[in-house]
Write a protein of this length. Structure first.
Length: 351
């Protein structure tokens, strides 16, 4: 079982987590941003003096087979064995790619995720999904391979921009919607204009525990773990569409926009309450703006969604809600209704 460590003393907690895992050599994977801004925060750890740092380019567009190969290559060149330990220091791109590198190098080595972004903390670092983008599709190649530990420290949240905070917060909205009305009410009430990091930290750990509880019940996504896909079928279509247009969007923003589409589908197909639909959509519209699509893009988005790995054959599968906390997995819709959902999205965000 993945150990989730709520860190109040970053250096002490990281050192303890590393010491708890027997290893011969230590490797640290960073991207260009976390190398500059986050790696220095770990400089006081004696174990780090002998660690080999591997630096890859930043940004989700770099979650590629080429950078995965680079990590394998540097592990090999620096004498990594199947008893070596990899520490992924970064956001979702680093933990996704680093986790997949760990899963595949020597048929699997141990690794630790240290989340440096809010999105990484509440989503990518937890649950054992690893992977890379391939041929224009998000997370197309990957495996289930949990880290030994996930370390979450609010020390990193202070360095994040408002848009980085919002990107992670979208996953927290999703966790609240699949969990309970009380959690949803509290998440929608967070005062973004005050930047209350203590309150944010509390909400983050509740959100992480919602995800962890679901993952423990269904680690390989055969059943209830599909609840975590709410908003994501559409989100991945938006992300792939944006990536193919060479105008990438943050994952969390895509999830927020995807939830508008899938909340409307929930309303039409599962009876999700209209008032809760409207409140959720209003919150997303106020904070996340719009991903610009036109009617001419519907067919392309539909084809991308059809390719999603969660599908069986040509049928698009959605996770929908009949109410907050009442999840309906493996729901399907036809093209016409999905296009109506895109119409609702465009109307909601003012396109």
């Amino acid at each position: 079982m993945q150990q989730i460590i709520k860190s109040d003393h970053l250096i002490t907690d990281v050192e303890k987590a590393i010491q708890n895992i027997r290893h011969d050599k230590l490797f640290i994977l960073t991207d260009e941003n976390t190398h500059t801004h986050c790696f220095p925060l770990l400089a006081g750890i004696p174990l780090m003096r002998d660690a080999k740092e591997i630096v890859i380019p930043a940004g989700d567009t770099n979650k590629t087979i080429e950078n995965l190969t680079r990590v394998w290559q540097l592990l090999t060149e620096n004498g990594a064995t199947r008893h070596s330990l990899l520490v992924n220091l970064g956001g979702g791109m680093v933990t996704d790619l680093g986790g997949f590198a760990a899963a595949t190098f020597k048929r699997g080595i141990s690794y630790i995720n240290i989340s440096t972004t809010l999105l990484g903390a509440v989503d990518a670092a937890v649950g054992g999904k690893t992977g890379i983008n391939f041929e224009g599709y998000k997370n197309e190649i990957g495996s289930f391979y949990p880290s030994e530990a996930v370390i979450i420290s609010s020390d990193f949240f202070h360095t994040l921009s408002h848009s980085d905070i919002l990107s992670g917060y979208a996953e927290m909205i999703k966790h609240a919607l699949i969990h309970s009305t009380a959690e949803w009410e509290e998440v929608l009430a967070y005062p973004f204009n005050e930047a209350d990091y203590s309150k944010l930290n509390e909400l983050v750990f509740r959100s992480v525990n919602i995800k962890q509880d679901i993952v423990e019940k269904d680690p390989y996504e055969k059943n209830i773990r599909k609840a975590l896909n709410f908003g994501h079928t559409t989100a991945h279509a938006f992300e792939s569409f944006a990536m193919n247009s060479e105008k990438p969007v943050p994952h969390g923003y895509a999830v927020a926009w995807g939830m508008i589409v899938e909340l409307w589908l929930s309303y039409r197909l599962c009876g999700f309450p209209k008032e809760k639909l409207q409140r959720s959509v209003r919150f997303i519209q106020e904070h996340y703006g719009a991903f610009p699509i036109s009617c001419d893009d519907y067919e392309t988005l539909y084809e991308i969604a059809r390719h999603d790995k969660k599908n069986i054959g040509d049928t698009i599968h959605f996770t929908l809600l009949s109410d907050i906390g009442d999840v309906q997995i493996d729901q399907t819709t036809d093209k016409e209704l999905l296009f109506e959902a895109f119409d609702f999205y465009r109307d909601s965000v003012g396109l």
